[in-house]
Design a protein around this ligand. Structure first.
Ligand SMILES: Cc1cc2nc3c(=O)[nH]c(=O)nc-3n(C[C@H](O)[C@H](O)[C@H](O)COP(=O)(O)OP(=O)(O)OC[C@H]3O[C@@H](n4cnc5c(N)ncnc54)[C@H](O)[C@@H]3O)c2cc1C
Length: 375
């Protein structure tokens, strides 16, 4: 499975990244279909629904291979895996799971708002019940893939917290269905210009009187099972981000090894200089260390063990490592590293995002410190 993902990444993803990233162009529909044919939208979907029925370990392994070529592709597979399928009756859920595994039910996630990023409990987008519908009003920021998606999963406040409840009480996810390539009635937006992660366009969206059927409220299992399901989702997202970071850092190591062998200065290939050899050795060791850690955390998730702290730790360490290692990659390429003629700058630009999204490094530090010291 790893060999096939590596082949796909090298032969199909890398050339696409080289072509589209400089144009800041989103990956096309045809390519999403290719990812679907590979089965990568359904790695963790049960086989009875057309998925591979595998675990977080395999999902992250594939993500590392894809990120080695283009992080955007490693990211988009997260938008299948059964996301946004817990709506409607069980027949609808079965149908959506099959579509999700095939890459025909790809979602965008609208959690963040202009004034609610790290502090998601501060979300102010509201959903008000009206007959058989919810009516959604508010502003979302950073919604990746919003236009090309089949649906947007919107975090809304459906009621105010009762006295004594946490601020997060009363928040719920609604699935806003849409056509690919356009926004649904009542949604307008503009595309945010970014410095990387160009396979995804990223949007600020305004929701004005958007009507969503009541049945599109995401249901989760009751009680402690619900909490465990949410926690598992967060842990998976963090270890998936770590795997993406490892893929990017590995890309820098591999490209640098090639560059050092071929670039000649002072009459010798750069690979003869011990300072550079040792730098590359350190870079490679850090990548291997982060990989072992993400594989360990993926295994904890797959065996049902609590691992909130470990998931935060691996997200923190692997993403900070990727920023450092891809930055060193730019340095080892000299002036060429600072051009768009070599791929290493793309690895750095994409790695730079990994310490920011899916919970910043500081938020991971909070989670870990709270475990060590109490809140
Ligand atoms: C390219 C891109 C794609 C994204 N995609 C999506 C998406 O698809 N869907 C979505 O919903 N969101 C998405 N996001 C949003 C992302 O998750 C947020 O940017 C992130 O959670 C940080 O929130 P913020 O930008 O509001 O920063 P802020 O929360 O304002 O943080 C600013 C700084 O303060 C620090 N900070 C904040 N609170 C604390 C604290 N208590 N203690 C110490 N430090 C703190 C942060 O670590 C950061 O360094 C995306 C963001 C980017 C840049």
């Amino acid at each position: 499975m790893q060999r096939e993902a590596r082949r796909f990444a090298r032969q199909e993803v890398l050339p696409l990244a080289d072509e589209l990233d400089p144009q800041k162009a989103e990956m096309p529909r045809k390519f999403l279909d290719r990812i679907g044919e590979q089965g990568y939208f359904g790695i963790t979907v049960a086989a009875e629904h057309g998925g591979m029925g595998l675990g977080t370990f395999e999902y992250c392994m594939v993500a590392e291979e894809l990120a080695r070529a283009w992080m955007s592709v490693a990211s988009i597979i997260a938008r299948g895996q059964g996301m946004g399928t817990q709506i409607g009756d069980s027949a609808r859920q079965d149908d959506l799971l099959v579509r999700s595994a095939r890459g025909e039910w790809i979602g965008a996630v609208a959690l963040s708002e202009p004034d609610a990023g790290s502090d998601l409990a501060g979300v102010t987008t509201r959903a008000v019940a009206d007959g058989d519908d919810w009516v959604v009003d508010g502003r979302k920021r950073w919604t990746g893939f919003a236009k090309a998606a089949d649906f947007i999963q919107v975090l809304c406040r459906v009621r105010d917290p009762e006295p004594g409840e946490s601020r997060a009480a009363g928040l719920a996810n609604l699935v806003v269905e849409k056509e690919r390539g356009r926004f649904p009635k009542g949604v307008t937006g503009y595309q945010i210009d970014k410095i990387g992660y160009h396979g995804f366009t990223t949007w600020q969206l305004d929701f004005t009187d958007v009507r969503v059927p009541k049945t599109n409220l995401i249901t989760s299992p009751a009680g402690t099972a619900a909490f465990k399901a949410v926690q598992k989702g967060l842990n998976v997202a963090r270890v998936h981000t770590a795997a993406r970071a490892v893929g990017l850092a590995r890309a820098a190591v591999e490209d640098c090894a090639d560059y050092l062998r071929h670039r000649v200065q002072f009459g010798r290939p750069l690979s003869d200089f011990q300072a550079l050899r040792f730098t590359l050795a350190e870079m490679a060791a850090k990548v291997a260390q982060a990989r072992a850690f993400y594989q360990h955390v993926a295994h904890l998730i797959d065996t049902g063990q609590p691992c909130e702290q470990e998931a935060a730790m691996v997200k923190l360490l692997a993403t900070e490592m990727a920023v450092e290692v891809t930055g060193q990659g730019v340095q080892l390429h000299g002036g060429n590293g600072y051009t768009t003629e070599y791929r290493v700058e793309r690895y750095w630009r994409d790695a730079r995002l990994t310490t920011i999204f899916e919970g910043t490094s500081q938020i991971q530090q909070h989670i870990i410190a709270d475990r060590l010291l109490g809140k």
